[in-house]
Design a protein around this ligand. Structure first.
Ligand SMILES: Cc1ncc(COP(=O)(O)O)c(C=O)c1O
Length: 423
């Protein structure tokens, strides 16, 4: 299981299977487009995080699932059973994490534009920590607390000034970013927090971006966090927790070669051993690397077109269920289940009214027939959660497979659902 990139198996002349269940059978039973999640892969990734930190980090640690990657109750419950908490970024995500019965002390709340209402909700629910992003948020927290007899634990998000080699839309740790505060300003904020009796400073938070393949960026981050830790210690401010954020990459194509979760845990732990020791609780917040590989999306081919300049194959979904290719050029791998035998190069297009709704440009594979199935891989992260109902497209169902069994964990929307809230 360790080296597998995609959670499906197939032998020549046999059905394609995921979690021991035939993929065409799932298409017949639940319709398409269909998100399919492999439970074994979800558990494998969660255990990998837990076991890697256990092996290398000699103090307490906590893995928080960044639920924005896949905010599905059953997925959050599975991770909770393996000891993971939840990282949420809005009141809505907080509501989902609480609905999955994640203990409130295991929920951390980040975000750069939290509203008063969201802050009050988080405080009332006694979340494990609010991750303060800016001075205005600090004032809002003070205001909410002034009306209550309660306390709140906080981390402060710093900008670590680390440029990572990933798409600019998913980089967050560089100097020019909307997330967090420059270290000098964060230090001023922390001193202010320390004058408040109801705001308990617990530590430092950081997150450098997403789809990161270079472990040395995390090593640099650990150095920066160590410097901040020392600086605060010299001011007699105790840092009990530090978060290295999420961001570890996954393979979307054969060319992608992401590092192992264990590499991250080893290199970060080694760096902290050299600098400040393992004297704090270490937090990490993976999203994509927990769920990305566990998911595939199943479509039906609807039509084909042979233009002189390009050939197109169109499927019954597209940017509504996977906006990432049109949003920032994300690349995916796919497989077509067909009896066709002509190799071609063609673009796989979605059904939406945007020319940019292309799931894969220049795909090389067998020229299919309408009704054939197309599978896209690594769709577990930021597909379901970024779903858009553009062109009034009902959200696909999500099915969980394990040991030859399948069950729906999110129902397919119907046309009536599209009218929800409309008067
Ligand atoms: C603060 C924070 N932590 C963790 C994550 C999860 O990132 P990833 O899914 O790349 O692991 C994000 C994603 O945007 C984030 O903003």
């Amino acid at each position: 299981m360790e080296n597998k990139v995609y959670p499906i198996t197939f032998k020549k002349d046999e059905d394609y299977k995921i979690g021991g269940v035939s993929i065409p059978y799932l298409g017949e039973k639940y319709g398409t487009p269909l998100y399919i999640l492999d439970k074994e892969t979800l558990i494998f990734q969660a255990q990998k995080y837990i076991n890697s930190w256990k092996k290398y980090y000699k103090n307490k640690y906590k893995v928080l699932f960044a639920i924005k990657a896949l905010p599905i109750l059953e997925v959050i419950r599975i991770f909770k059973n393996y000891g993971l908490g939840a990282l949420v970024s809005t009141g809505g995500e907080l509501y989902i994490a609480l609905s999955a019965n994640v203990p409130s002390e295991d929920i951390y709340f980040h975000g750069n534009a939290k509203t008063l209402k969201e802050i009050e909700y988080a405080i009332d629910q006694k979340v494990g920590a609010i991750i303060i992003d800016n001075f205005d948020e600090y004032e809002k927290i003070k205001y909410v607390l002034s009306k209550k007899d309660t306390k709140v634990k906080v981390l402060v998000r710093i900008i670590p000034n680390i440029e990572v080699n990933t798409h600019k839309s998913i980089r967050t740790g560089q100097t020019d970013t909307k997330f967090g505060l420059p270290i000098e300003q964060a230090l001023v904020l922390i001193e202010k927090i320390n004058t408040e009796k109801n705001i308990i400073f617990k530590g430092i938070h950081s997150h450098i971006g997403s789809q990161i393949f270079d472990i040395s960026a995390y090593v640099k981050l650990s150095e920066v966090l160590s410097e901040v830790y020392k600086e605060l210690n010299s001011k007699n401010i105790t840092v009990e927790e530090m978060s290295i954020g999420g961001g570890l990459g996954v393979a979307y194509t054969k060319e992608d070669n992401p590092p192992d979760i264990e590499d991250l845990a080893r290199e970060v732990s080694n760096k902290f051993s050299e600098t400040i020791g393992h004297n704090f609780k270490l937090i990490c917040e993976p999203g994509r690397s927990l769920v990305g590989r566990a998911g595939i999306t199943l479509y039906r081919i609807e039509s084909r077109k042979e233009l002189g300049i390009r050939k197109y194959v169109s499927v019954d979904g597209g940017m509504s269920d996977n906006i990432r290719p049109s949003l920032y050029g994300a690349k995916y791998s796919a497989l077509i289940i067909t009896k066709g035998d002509r190799e071609e190069i063609f673009s796989i297009a979605g059904k939406h009214c945007e020319s940019g709704d292309i799931l894969i440009k220049d795909f090389s594979g067998l020229w299919p027939n309408p009704g054939d199935y197309l599978i896209t891989f690594t769709t577990g992260a930021y597909n379901f959660s970024m779903y858009t109902w553009y062109n009034a497209t009902p959200r696909p169902a999500v099915v969980l497979v394990e040991n030859g069994k399948d069950r729906i964990i999110v129902k397919r929307e119907n046309y009536e659902d599209l009218l929800g809230g409309q008067i």
